[in-house]
Ligand binder design. Structure first.
Ligand SMILES: C[S@@+](CC[C@H](N)C(=O)[O-])C[C@H]1O[C@@H](n2cnc3c(N)ncnc32)[C@H](O)[C@@H]1O
Length: 460
């Protein structure tokens, strides 16, 4: 109760993209900055307007230095369901909290922001004039004001049913914008080294935020590819390390992904990608290594493991073999020849990944990864689990009418004892996610194609 009294109200203006990812991002960042998400937060599902109660403007500013899901944050001075309600709420806002921003030698500007409706200039001016009861004493400066205030009107989510009057009206002092511009400045289109499965910049930043990556952390990606996920973590000040089974990817060799280029150029590699963004000092290393056979000594090394394992759709799910593992009936290779490539079932891959994360993450460290699912058969019970890892969030991104990938975030909450203790998790009756073994087959199956075709023709 004592904590409640010291909380201030802020209005978050959320981006209308990746809706399911927004709440876990904001929750993760608040906990990173020592605050928390409480029941007093009002997140209104799909709405772009969320009210947050947090202890300080510093936390609000820190949040905005990280979020890609929120556009802006405002100190909330008033809120109502009609102009009258808004004005009476503004009249109740403590004057002593307003005065520092309204004094005679300050400059200011008032902006009108509407969601799901466009107002004429005349309508906007009317709304500004109606606020003259507020004790503004400074000068208006439209170009470079010291303080910016906003009226934000919410006309709901349905573009086919726009109400005459807004459902909600807010007034607040603008504090800061989020990091939406990173989506453009780190766009894969402009990146030096890319591959078929390079992770989209916006999602990479969301993953780093779900993973609570912070300065001086060590972040690992066991399926590193072109290092898209390492770039986002390095941008937030973490030292990054990765492995991949593909020699050409790690060494930046082989065929280029860009249309008008045949072979990869001399300096197309992960290190050069980090250099492109001024982040080379965060590069630890990348190695050719098979995630099914980690070569790490027992210990806790990583603050976060952030990864996008292969689903076998645009890249193969392979692992190195051994003499012992060669299926019966196949002639054995000479003793010296080991790297037989075997197929790597998705269920084995996720078992290995969770076990590896449980062993090598520091306590409180996070594992963030994508789980492919065949949506008609998906249930929450299919999400892989481990006794040392607690599920933090599970968000869906649709890929097609019948397939999706889910962004899973887990936190290490218990010390890893020893490998043998967890080996039973792979046995059939405890393994919750055998379904994923068949993801690839289902993706390519006639069933999926037929359904997609039927859906298409029914829409025509
Ligand atoms: C989806 S891609 C990762 C893309 C990456 N996030 C990026 O931004 O470029 C998966 C990667 O896993 C690698 N891979 C497949 N099997 C592996 C294994 N057994 N061990 C390590 N890496 C593996 C593939 O070579 C591929 O580069």
């Amino acid at each position: 109760m004592a904590l409640q009294c010291t909380l201030n109200r802020y209005l978050l203006l959320m981006a209308q993209e990746h809706l399911e990812f927004r709440l876990p991002e904001i929750k993760s960042l608040l906990s990173l900055f020592g605050s928390q998400f409480t029941s007093s937060q009002e997140t209104y599902g799909k709405s772009p307007f969320w009210i947050l109660s947090i202890p300080s403007e510093d936390i609000a500013r820190n949040l905005m230095k990280r979020t890609v899901c929120a556009k802006s944050i405002f100190e909330l001075w008033g809120h109502g369901k009609s102009p009258e309600e808004l004005y009476s709420s503004l009249k109740n806002y403590p004057v002593e909290k307003m005065v520092p921003f309204l004094h005679p030698d300050s400059t200011y500007k008032i902006k009108i922001h509407t969601f799901n409706k466009t107002l004429t200039q005349e309508e906007k001016v009317k709304r500004i004039d109606a606020l003259e009861f507020l004790p503004f004493e400074g000068k208006v400066n439209l170009k470079k004001p010291q303080h910016v205030f906003s009226v934000l009107e919410d006309y709901g989510l349905d573009p086919n049913c726009i109400p005459e009057n807004p459902h909600n009206i807010y007034f607040g002092r603008w504090i800061a914008d989020g990091q939406r511009e990173l989506i453009e400045s780190y766009s894969v289109k402009k990146r030096h080294f890319i591959g078929n499965t390079s992770m989209d910049a916006g999602l990479s930043f969301i993953m780093a935020n779900h993973g609570k990556v912070k300065e001086n952390d060590i972040v690992f990606d066991p399926f590193v590819g072109t290092g898209g996920l390492l770039i986002a973590s390095a941008h937030f000040g973490a030292y990054v390390y990765g492995t991949d089974i593909d020699y050409n990817t790690v060494h930046g060799l082989g065929k280029a992904t860009r249309k008008n280029q045949k072979w990869r150029g001399p300096d197309e590699n992960i290190r050069a990608n980090l250099r492109q963004y001024g982040l080379e000092k965060y590069y630890l290393d990348v190695l050719v290594s098979d995630a099914s056979k980690p070569s790490w000594r027992k210990g806790t090394y990583f603050d976060a493991i952030i990864t996008d394992p292969p689903y076998g759709i645009r890249e193969s799910t392979r692992r190195t073999g051994s003499q012992k593992e060669i299926p019966k009936g196949i002639e054995k290779c000479p003793e010296t020849h080991v790297p037989v490539s075997l197929s790597y079932h998705l269920s084995d891959m996720f078992f290995d990944l969770l076990n590896f994360a449980a062993e090598t993450l520091v306590l409180g460290g996070r594992l963030v990864y994508w789980l492919p699912v065949y949506t008609p058969e998906y249930t929450e019970e299919m999400v892989p689990w481990h006794p040392c890892l607690q599920l933090v969030s599970n968000c869906e991104q649709k890929l097609s009418s019948h397939t999706a990938r889910r962004l899973i975030t887990m936190e290490k909450v218990k010390k890893f004892e020893n490998r043998d203790q967890y080996s039973h998790l792979l046995s059939d009756h405890v393994l919750p996610y055998q379904g994923h073994n068949s993801f690839r087959e289902k993706y390519f199956s006639g069933v999926t194609k037929r359904i997609a075709k039927e859906e298409k023709s029914s829409q025509e």
